[in-house]
Design a protein around this ligand. Structure first.
Ligand SMILES: [Zn+2]
Length: 113
């Protein structure tokens, strides 16, 4: 984790340096340019507040001329809108579904009786 972070951070530093040097090239190559993943100030894609943003890549399918193509879409989200996997799952997925609860209750009863 630490090693990865360090490598990531130095890579981002190098990238943002490169970005500021040839910002004009960047404009032209916008579609192919890689987004630095380091947090930076900007407008959140979701809540449109100015905040410290992180970029998140998500795969999206687009259909053009009847042909489906997969592309990577980068979204800039603030801390509040960021998909934090654990919190996300906790909020949206119940700990157990009803069947599981029933089964658990049943086996618990069996154990008691
Ligand atoms: Zn937001």
């Amino acid at each position: 984790m630490g090693l990865f972070d360090n490598r990531f951070a130095s890579k981002n530093a190098a990238m943002s340096r490169a970005f500021s040097i040839d910002s004009e090239k960047d404009k032209q190559k916008r579609n192919t340019a890689r987004e630095p993943a380091a947090p930076k100030m900007g407008i959140c894609d979701k809540c449109h507040k100015e905040a410290l943003l992180r970029s998140y890549r998500s795969r999206e399918m687009s259909v053009s001329d009847g042909a489906a193509s997969f592309g990577t879409v980068v979204k800039h989200l603030c801390e509040d809108c960021a998909p934090r996997s654990k919190r996300f799952e906790d909020a949206n997925v119940p700990a157990m579904d009803k069947k599981q609860v029933k089964n658990l209750m049943r086996s618990a009863k069996k154990g008691l009786l």
